[in-house]
Design a protein around this ligand. Sequence first.
Ligand SMILES: Cc1ncc(COP(=O)(O)O)c(C=O)c1O
Length: 419
Amino acid sequence: MMMMKKKKNGRTTASASKRPTIETRLVHLAGKLEDPFDSVAPPLYQTATFNQPGATDFGAYDYSRSGNPTRTLLENQMADIENADGAFAFASGMAAIATVMRLVKPGECVLAGNDIYGGTQRFLGKIAPAKQGLTVKHVDMTQVEEVKAALEEGTKGNGQPPVKLVLIESPTNPRLEVCDISAICKVAKEYGAVVCVDNSIMAPIFQRPIDLGADISMTSATKFIAGHSDVTGGILSVVGKELCEEIYFHQNAEGNMMSPFECWLSLRGLKTMALRMEKQAQNAEKIAIFLAGHPLVKKVNYAGLPGHPNSGIHASQASSGGSIISFETGSVEASRRIVEDTKLFKITVSFGSVTSLISMPCYMSHASVPAEIRKERGLVDDLVRISAGIENIDDLIGDLKEAFAGAEAAVGASSGQAK
Ligand SMILES: Cc1ncc(COP(=O)(O)O)c(C=O)c1O
C-alpha cells in the first residue's frame, strides 16, 4: 500500500516508489501552492494583478493573463495526468483549438478528418483559410493510408502546401468514428507534422493521446473535466519545451486563458472525473445495447459496441467505450419526437455532464457545417446524439422506452428496419 508522508515544507507526497494511479492523483493535487493554512481545497486567486516587491523586482505572478496560481494548479494537474511537459488552460475548447492553429503559418496545411465537431469545422472552413491563409484538407482519418497520402502530397513540390498540423478526433463527434492514433502519430512524425488529438470525448481518464505519440492533447474542459455543465474551458497538454513555449506565448499574447474561477471549478471537477466517467460509461453501454435492439433504430454508433467497425483499434488505445452514443432512425420526425419526449435527458448541445443530454447534431452542435458538406459526408439529419449522465440506468432506459413508444405510435416502426 502506498504511504503518504509529510515533508518539512508541508508538501504531502507519496513515499512509495510506485506512482499512484490517475484516480488517486486526481484527488491529490500534483502541485501545491505556498499556503500558510494548508487548505484541503485549493485556494481561488480571484485577482487580476499581484503587488510586486519592487519596480524592477518581480514576484512569481504579476498579472492573471500571464499567470495565476489557481490556473497553475490546474495546468500542473493536467500535465501530470496526461504525462505532458506542460499544460495550458484556455477560455474554451475552441480557444484552445484556435491556439493550436497558431502553430501553422500562412501557406502551410492543416489536415483534419471528415467527421469532426461543428465548431472545429467552422474554424477550419471559415477562419483558417480566409483569415489565416492556411490550406485545410479533410481526409477520412479512419484510413491511415489517406493521412499518409496527404502528408506525402505536401512534399512533392507540386504546389501542394506541406502539412504542418494533423488534427485528430477519436472517437469523433458526432458519429464516434475511431482513428488509429498511434499509427497516425507515427506517420505524421515521418513527415515532421505536429499531431493534436481532440480528446474531449474520452478525456484523459479513458484515453491518453500523449502516451500514444501525440504532441498535443486537447480536452474541452466544458465536458468531463468540469462535468456539471457549469464551466466553459479547454486544456492543451503539450510535449516538448519549444512547443510549450510557443503555446504559452500565444496564451499570454492573445489573452484567451481560462479565468481563475473556472480553473477552480475545473480543479474541483477533476477530483470526481474518474468516478463520474466510469458510471456514465456503464450507463452508456446499457443505453447502446437498448438502442441496438430497438426496431425504430437503424444504426447505433458507440465505440464500445463489438459491432463498431474499429472496436479493436479503440480497445487498443482507450480503456472504455465512453458515454457518448449516436444513432439514426431514418426519420427526422421520429428522431425529433424521441429527443423532445424524453424527460430525463436535457435537450442541449455539449456532453460530459452528470445530467443525461440528448440532441440532434445537424440542427444543433453541427448546424454550422454547411448542408452540402453534411450530405457529402453522410451526416444525416435524423442523427440523435446522447450523452449518458450518472442517473439510475433503469430510469434512463424507462424514459427512452416511453419516448420511443411515442415516436413509434406517431411514425410507425418502419423507419428503423434497415439495420
Ligand atoms: C469534440 C469537441 N471538441 C471541441 C469542442 C469545443 O469545446 P468548447 O465548447 O469548450 O469550446 C467541442 C464542443 O462541443 C467538441 O465537441
